[in-house]
Ligand binder design. Structure first.
Ligand code: ARG
Length: 474
């Protein structure tokens, strides 16, 4: 990728801009206009897409007899030189040429002279930017899907050896019922699976080529929009020229998918933070993803997880930002839409970093099975199993069983023991028909093993889901 700039700034790396509008209040109108209008500082990230679009456009113009072979040859050569310059870092990104489209065209003119002027036939910056941005977002979606799959694989690799490792399942962050650590991780595999599918859906919907819509109404030249669409990897050309240059819903949809994915990442990050506390002690993270304190030598802070947790705010901010930019805009293009790029670039930067960091943390994470097993048995987590036993064995209505179990928990609390440690006589005092057989269901192992319903917490169900996902991701 050829994007080296900081996306948030209108000013390219040269530092030239600093001098130009450093003194904002004394700047002349022309300077102020340039300052607010210029976008090369961030849209240079679309240089590769801009070149690809121009190459396809030029080839099509030649094939349709709109430009000569000689002119097309010169244009293609010039564009190749520009591509090499960008890759080498020698391309002159200049603010006086405003944006990436005009920077490329200006450079082309310097390199090949007059034929450069023919490239913009049957094209406008309006369909050009719609194309470049769409291709950039499409590539970002593809990268993100790949990263999500990598994260899912890391989760699977951690879940498999812990398919039977007991851990408490929580509701309200209160111990609810025992589950396994593998089962818990597999919940995230499901969530990230839907995230990847959302990006794939968005990609499929955005995969129509706006090139050839020109300024807004289409072109009087005999262009072949199907040819350019195909050359640029699109399913088909867009079907309405106004829509082609006016909408950015492909970016919004991708940002919505990105926000939801970031929300999932944030939840997993939060759990890692909790699991890493000495109070929980469910997992250990190496120094690779933690920091020490400059004053408290005992500290191991989960900074990476905390930052992933926080990035969700940035992502949702980007989605909100672009939604507000787009709302109420009359058709078709308005310069407001130049503000579509920074939030989108920032969002994908943050998401890609978060996914990479989370994948690293999951691989690095060392579960502490003893701590989790200990916690899985605490907090009367098998109370539901007692109630279910009363229903199944004594044919008690569930509400009555719930009542008896509540009394048993209270009694165990008073005696300071676990449910499984409660003397049989104590249980019989509450319900005379209870037999010693009940103790078989009161351990966390038995509880988990009994959850054999499809998608349940039993190790065999967890292993079945791991196998299914392994196949999907293979
Ligand atoms: N830099 C512009 C953008 O990002 C390109 C399109 C300019 N079109 C125009 N009609 N001024 O939106």
């Amino acid at each position: 990728m050829t994007d080296t700039s900081s996306p948030g700034s209108n000013t390219p790396a040269s530092g030239q801009g600093q001098a130009m509008w450093g003194g904002r209040f004394t700047a002349k109108p022309a300077e102020l206009m340039q300052a607010i209008n210029v976008s090369i500082g961030f849209d240079r990230r679309m240089a590769a897409q801009d070149l690809a679009g121009s190459r396809a456009h030029a080839a099509m113009l030649r094939k349709q007899g709109v430009i000569s072979s000689e002119d097309e040859g010169a244009i293609q050569q010039g564009l190749a030189t520009i591509e090499a310059e960008i890759q080498a870092g020698t391309f002159p990104f200049r603010e006086e040429f405003e944006d990436i489209h005009m920077n490329v065209e200006a450079r082309l003119r310097e390199l090949i002279g007059a034929p450069a002027g023919r490239l913009h036939t049957a094209r406008s910056r309006n369909d050009q930017v719609a194309l470049d941005f769409r291709m950039w977002v499409r590539e970002a979606c593809d990268r993100t899907i790949g990263q999500i799959h990598a994260l899912q694989k890391a989760l699977l690799a951690k879940a498999e050896p812990h398919a039977a490792t007991l851990t408490p399942g929580f509701t309200h962050l209160q111990p609810a019922q025992p589950v396994t650590f593998g089962h818990h991780l597999m919940a995230y595999v499901e969530m990230f699976g839907r995230d990847a599918a959302r990006f794939a859906d968005a990609r499929a919907r955005m995969n129509e080529c706006p090139l050839g819509a020109a300024a807004l109404a289409g072109s009087p030249f005999p262009i072949d929009r199907h040819a350019t669409a195909q050359a640029l990897g699109f399913e088909r050309p867009t079907a309405n020229s106004l829509d082609s240059v006016a909408d950015r819903d492909f970016a919004l949809e991708s940002l919505a998918a990105a926000s939801i994915c970031a929300t999932h990442l944030s939840r997993l990050a939060e759990e890692i933070v909790i699991w890493m506390t000495p109070q929980f002690g469910f997992v250990k993270l190496s120094d690779a993803f933690t920091t020490g304190s400059s004053i408290m030598p005992q500290k191991k802070n989960p900074d990476a997880a905390e930052l992933v947790r926080a990035k969700a705010g940035r992502l949702l901010g980007s989605f909100t930002q672009l939604s507000v930019v787009m709302k109420g805009l009359p058709l078709t293009y308005s310069k407001d839409m130049q503000e579509d790029k920074v939030p989108t670039f920032e969002a994908f930067d943050a998401l890609e970093l978060s996914l990479a960091a989370m994948t690293g943390m999951v691989a690095d994470m060392e579960p502490v099975a003893e701590r989790m097993a200990q916690a899985a048995g605490a907090g009367y987590a098998t109370a539901t199993d007692l109630a279910d036993w009363l229903v199944r064995t004594l044919d008690m209505p569930f509400r009555d069983a719930h009542h008896v179990t509540g009394a048993a928990v209270k009694r165990a609390e008073t005696l300071g023991v676990d449910l499984a440690e409660l003397p049989l006589a104590e249980l019989q005092a509450l319900e005379p028909r209870v037999t010693a057989e009940v103790f078989q269901v009161l351990t966390p192992e038995a509880s988990v093993a009994s959850r054999k319903s499809y998608g349940g917490a039993s190790p065999e169900q967890v292993r079945a889901q791991i196998a299914r996902w392994k196949e999907i991701l293979a």
